[in-house]
Ligand binder design. Sequence first.
Ligand SMILES: Nc1nc2c(c(=O)[nH]1)N[C@H]1C(S)=C(S)[C@@H](COP(=O)(O)O)O[C@H]1N2
Ligand SMILES: [Mo]
Length: 243
Amino acid sequence: MKRSGLSAFRPQLARLERRLFLKQGLSLGALSLLSGCTLKDDDAVDRLLFAMSRFNDKMQAALFDPAKLAPTYAEGDVTAPFPFNAYYEEKDVPRIDGESYRLRLSGLIADKRPWSLNELRALPQARQITRLVCVEGWSAIGKWRGVALREFLERIGADLTARYVGFKCADKYYSSIDMASALHPQTLLALDFADAKYGYPLRLRIPTKLGFKNPKFIHEMFVANDYPGGYWEDKGYNWFSGS
Ligand SMILES: Nc1nc2c(c(=O)[nH]1)N[C@H]1C(S)=C(S)[C@@H](COP(=O)(O)O)O[C@H]1N2
Ligand SMILES: [Mo]
């Protein structure tokens, strides 16, 4: 990111950067990576930062509710078409064969037998209509169906006293969440997709956290006490990013 030519905006920029950092653990460098914005002039920086800080205020108030249940919506509220997002272009999404797919398990789990899609589908299915909030400044209401992560963790004999649940994806993406969030009633391993690009065959859907904490194309799940980080998290983005 180019930071020259911003001298007139320095105090304002410093203030906003500090505010973003305090609220979201977000540096300007990470922000420019996440938004794909080159921030090449004062105006672009200014617009982005003001939009981001407004966005954060509104979203934190709505998302990070003390009741700790993310808001749910009606069928008619679903955003169509749903936005696609990844660290690469849509044409490069991994294509995974559902027949041969197995979810691999590792770490602090008693039964590490891999799971096929049919086995996952045979478990009780939960559904939700919730809002996915991306830090880039957009959000959309979507519909997801799949296995409650709590149900799955119990079934495989995961150590529920461990600190983290981590996910490795078929692209280079990875992420991790705290155990309390993994056991939250709205946290799903989603199995149904309007289109494969949204994470087929398995994605985490966690409406109490920001979009980047919702890994798609998951091929391995693990339970650990060592901090696993994540793709954006390791680039400086706030790890918790949720309620
Ligand atoms: N495997 C993988 N999962 C990912 C990403 C990614 O690049 N790869 N991007 C994340 C980000 S930043 C967002 S906002 C959401 C977007 O999900 P969507 O395509 O369903 O809108 O996926 C998240 N999960
Ligand atoms: Mo995102």
